[in-house]
Design a protein around this ligand. Structure first.
Ligand code: ADP
Ligand code: TZD
Ligand code: MG
Length: 578
């Protein structure tokens, strides 16, 4: 090549976006093509990246979000303008709410037309709409700024408290050309995108001093602890201190659920009784009853108001959000836990262990509750109920601890969480902080793509409906996903009736005896109709073994569920009755 042609070699916005993402180690994009990004999706694939195309942007967005959670790299979702962008926005907001790192990249219409509201194709001021719903939002107008735009988006998504970032790329940007060498030089490989945040030594000391005084300490592990990938140190902290722990839903498996220090089966005993609670990557939000109320013993409980908290979190603003935090430790969980562990190791046998009284009282409750559960699980009613079906799922996960478990629904969620034990970190993926329906198939696709492991998605029949069309995506990419639809004919249960006697069914009721298994068969996957635990067991085991896309329609007693599952108290009708 002569110097002359080199000087003329050009690149464009398409290539710069792809090169910038690749340069930062991003190898998979989740999205849905259309104007103005169709060619971008083709070029992504041509560049050797994996382009996973979905049937609805919300599912692509959920896939990106959970890929971010699993990998600590921002998951990327790519959409078209206005309606595609809005479809992706729910997932972006959900990612931010859950502290998952994700970048929603949407094509958009031209600024000149949008700003004068002249009615462009899919016109919308996307940046303004995204801004309040995510951690950061950027727009790139010039090809030479693509490198900076993507670098800023990556840093914003993964540094500090992770979250969702919006990146607006107007259509004109993609065709802008510039000198290839200058383009290459404009890209940024982000150095240290999620810098460690070392806790202040005095904050660590304050926490340790408080912990030393505890008679009835408790550790609560949240999904931030799972995200942090500090598994060995977290386990060492729990085991060296001998403190009982409670895993939040997505922290299940961080230590195996059958660990002797797990207090999950004695939750309602330990929350009010603990005198010092150590929160590790868990917020005191509604999922922990805001640290107040009956869950924590209520105002009449002897410990009311005297409980003390240590909170390990990367966000300096999290402490005191619901109750006073006596010892906040601000930093990344890896650094915080290792700092605490250093002091505990140094103390050796001098580090106080929780009293035998406390541990004994917990064990007593645990043993009783586990025995009661075993009795329920052993029953074999006809039709199947949640317990007899989930007893099967419990065995399957035990035999396949590396399988990923996706879970949504109300009863289908709550029963699975309490019945199916997890044994490895970051294997349980669910509705998270919002309790949102619709994460199922997006999470399942990403879990399969990212981990290569078999995925089992336990879905309420209503929950499944929000993303059910993605069974085509699962078949198209031939992913090892087994969807189990817990089919109780409706939302919570299938027995409601229209009080007027009119022809419309009740709002919570679906078509009775629906055959969701046929949906998977329509796209070449395996469909199974299971009416007994034995049929369910055979089908799930075969799905995990064969890795074929499978959907099992598990017929559940339509009277088995309760309204709102375990969160009936949040239902305004129930609250009024209280
Ligand atoms: P859960 O729902 O499991 O209780 P939450 O989503 O409420 O968990 O809480 C997660 C917390 O973890 C958030 O407050 C977030 O700031 C924090 N977090 C996330 N990643 C890290 C990290 N690497 N280090 C420290 N804290 C983190
Ligand atoms: N819409 C969205 C996006 N999220 C929600 N959480 C709801 C609606 C309300 N909702 C729940 O909180 S659970 C649920 C809905 C509609 C479905 C429950 O029915 P299911 O589960 O069939 O999935 P069970 O096993 O029948 O209880
Ligand atoms: Mg249902």
């Amino acid at each position: 090549m002569t110097t002359d042609t080199q000087a003329q070699e050009q690149t464009d916005g398409f290539n710069l976006v792809i090169d910038a993402l690749k340069l930062n180690g991003i190898d998979t994009i989740f999205g849905l093509p259309g104007i103005p990004i169709t060619d971008l999706t083709r070029k992504i694939q041509a560049a050797g990246m994996r382009m996973i195309s979905f049937r609805h942007e919300q599912n692509a967005g959920n896939a990106a979000a959970i890929a971010g959670f699993l990998t600590q790299k921002p998951g990327i979702c790519l959409t078209v303008s206005a309606p595609g962008f809005l479809n992706g926005l729910t997932a972006l907001t959900n990612a931010t709410t859950n502290c998952f790192p994700m970048i929603l990249i949407s094509g958009s219409s031209e600024r000149e037309i949008v700003d004068l509201q002249q009615g462009d194709y899919e016109e919308m001021d996307q940046l303004a709409i995204a801004k309040p719903l995510c951690k950061a939002a950027f727009r790139v107008l010039n090809a030479e700024d693509i490198g900076i735009g993507i670098a800023r988006a990556i840093r914003a998504a993964v540094s500090g408290r992770p979250g969702g970032v919006y990146l607006d790329l107007p259509a004109k940007l993609f065709s802008q050309s510039m000198d290839a060498a200058a383009g290459k030089a404009s890209l940024i490989k982000v150095v240290d995108p999620a810098p460690r945040q070392i806790p202040a030594p005095d904050a660590v000391q304050r926490a340790l001093n408080l912990l030393k005084t505890a008679k009835r300490p408790l550790i609560v592990l949240g999904k931030g602890a799972a995200y942090a990938q500090a598994d060995a140190d977290i386990r060492a902290l729990v085991e060296k201190t001998g403190i009982p722990y409670l895993p939040m839903s997505m922290a299940k498996g961080l230590l195996p659920d059958n660990h002797k220090q797990s207090a999950a089966a004695a939750r309602s005993y330990v929350l009010p009784e603990a005198d010092v609670v150590v929160l590790i990557g868990a917020r005191l939000n509604w999922l922990l009853s805001h640290g107040k109320g009956k869950t924590w013993g209520g105002k009449d409980h002897k410990a009311w108001g005297s409980q003390k908290y240590v909170q390990i979190d990367i966000s300096p603003q999290e402490a005191d959000s619901n109750v006073r935090i006596d010892a906040p430790v601000v930093g990344d969980i890896g650094s915080c836990v290792s700092a605490m562990l250093g002091a505990i190791n140094a103390a050796g046998a001098g580090w106080p262990q929780p009293s035998a009284d406390w541990l004994g009282a917990i064990d007593e409750r645990k043993t009783k509750n586990i025995a009661k559960m075993a009795e329920t699980l052993a029953k074999n009613p006809s039709p199947m109920n949640f317990h007899s079906a989930l007893n099967v799922m419990r065995d399957v996960i035990k035999a396949n601890p590396d399988a990923m478990l996706v879970n949504e629904g109300a009863n289908a969620l709550d029963f699975t969480r309490s019945i199916v034990d997890m044994y490895r970190p970051r294997k349980r993926l669910d509705v998270g902080t919002w309790g949102v329906m619709g994460i199922g198939m997006g999470f399942a696709v990403a879990a399969a793509v990212v981990s290569g492991q078999p995925v089992i998605a336990v879905e309420g029949d209503s929950a499944f409906g929000f993303s059910g069309m993605e069974v085509e995506t699962i078949c198209r990419y031939n992913l090892p996903v087994c969807v189990v639809v817990m089919n109780n004919n409706g939302v919570y249960k299938g027995t409601d009736v229209n009080p007027t006697g009119g022809p419309d069914v009740a709002p919570t009721v679906f078509v009775k005896g629906a055959r969701y298994d046929k949906m998977m068969e329509a796209f070449g996957g395996v469909g199974v109709h299971a009416t007994t635990p034995a049929e369910l067991r055979k089908a799930v085991e075969e799905a995990v073994r064969s890795r074929k896309p499978t959907l099992i329609n598990a017929v559940i007693d339509e009277t088995a569920g309760t309204e709102s599952g375990r969160i009936t108290s949040l239902n305004p009708t129930a609250a009024k009755k209280k």
